[in-house]
Design a protein around this ligand. Sequence first.
Ligand code: HEC
Length: 105
Amino acid sequence: MARGPDATRPGPRATDAAAARGRAFAQSHCSACHAVVADHFSPNPDAPPFENVVDEEGLTRETLTWWLRHSHNFPEIMNFEIADHEVDALAAYMLTLRQPGTRRR
Ligand code: HEC
């Protein structure tokens, strides 16, 4: 992960293989609507950037994983199911976008 928009940030741990897989998954499955890397605007203004999603008060790996597993129950535009192993990778990646001490909204 030496390249990319956030290459200059301490951000995602390059050694975390699950997070790297999650990032690739997010880029192929979610980035049509969501900003999936830090400091970007979402292509779909209604879709919150992942950076904001994980910045939610009280969000934990458990709540995020639960949400991703049940995402097919949520708004129609988000009607998809994500395989369990992809959920874990995705959650691992999304949590790397967290910035302790920063509230963006
Ligand atoms: C077709 C566009 C689209 C795609 C593709 C999409 N999303 Fe979304 N997503 C949205 C929209 C729009 C919302 C906001 C829905 C609302 O608030 O009613 C949303 C909301 C969310 C939320 C909830 C955020 C919050 O704080 O409530 C999460 C988490 C999320 N998306 C994750 C994903 C993931 C993970 C993927 C890829 C696997 C994905 N989305 C793909 C459009 C999309």
